[in-house]
Design a protein around this ligand. Structure first.
Ligand code: DC
Length: 220
């Protein structure tokens, strides 16, 4: 099986790159953030209040999480409930950010990611894929772009919508998230030692995909 790990900064275009690469290669694309989001939905449905270590350690004993691809769409089931329609809600993003740093919760979801990669050609995307989940991945890409470029892309996506934040607010939010991602105690965001840094600041998505494909073909 061929495994490609993609990690990177918020707004770097890593999800779009993962999808584009998977399409060109005919591989599955596995978004690991969806697992944390599905668990966050389950957590919220139980009304357990603000998470802390004790609550999380009890909570993880009470569910099983499964990822299934149905018509090429990744679905996340927790105790058999398909949370896919709720994964992108704002409250889900907030809760996923709160629960994902707990080490025991991360340990619990490790095998669902590794087992999939053992049995499928996959582009797996997340924060700790190259460093922890798939340390022996065939290719490890770490995608980034300058803060200004990332904030500008986000601004272009949402400008004109109701209550859209200013460019300066987006930039500050991005800096705060980078700081939290890079400095958290567990699964801090960083390139793997043998990771290939892809800076998409001055490239279109197509160019970034081509660059990664070229690296894959050269090494294959
Ligand atoms: O990539 P995303 O926004 O869908 O991720 C949702 C949350 O899960 C986000 O807070 C980061 C976290 N996450 C993580 O800790 N490790 C991963 N491999 C993927 C996501």
């Amino acid at each position: 099986m061929i495994n490609i790990a993609i990690d990177g900064h918020v707004g770097s275009g890593k999800s779009t790159l993962a999808k584009g690469l998977a399409k060109r290669l005919g591989f599955y694309v596995f978004d690991t953030g969806a697992i944390y989001r599905g668990i966050a939905c389950e957590y919220m449905s139980r009304n357990l209040g603000e998470p802390n270590e004790e609550i999380i350690n009890d909570f993880i004993k009470t569910f099983e999480v499964k990822v299934k691809f149905i018509d090429d769409v990744e679905h996340v089931f927790v105790n058999g409930k398909d949370w896919t329609p709720n994964l992108r809600l704002e409250q889900t993003s907030v809760m996923a950010g709160k629960i994902s740093p707990y080490p025991k919760l991360r340990d619990k979801v490790l095998s669902s990611q590794r087992d999939f990669a053992k049995t499928h050609d996959v582009v797996m995307e997340g924060r700790d894929i190259g460093t922890r989940v798939l340390p022996n991945a065939d290719f490890k890409f770490f995608v980034t772009a300058s803060e200004e470029v990332r904030a500008g892309r986000r601004f272009d996506q949402i400008k004109g919508t109701a209550n859209a934040p200013t460019y300066e607010q987006i930039l500050q939010d991005l800096r705060d998230r980078d700081y939290r991602d890079e400095h958290r105690e567990v699964a801090a965001l960083r390139p793997a030692e043998d990771g290939i840094i892809i800076d998409s600041s001055n490239q279109t998505l197509e160019e970034t995909i081509e660059k990664c494909l070229q690296i894959i073909n050269e090494r294959a």
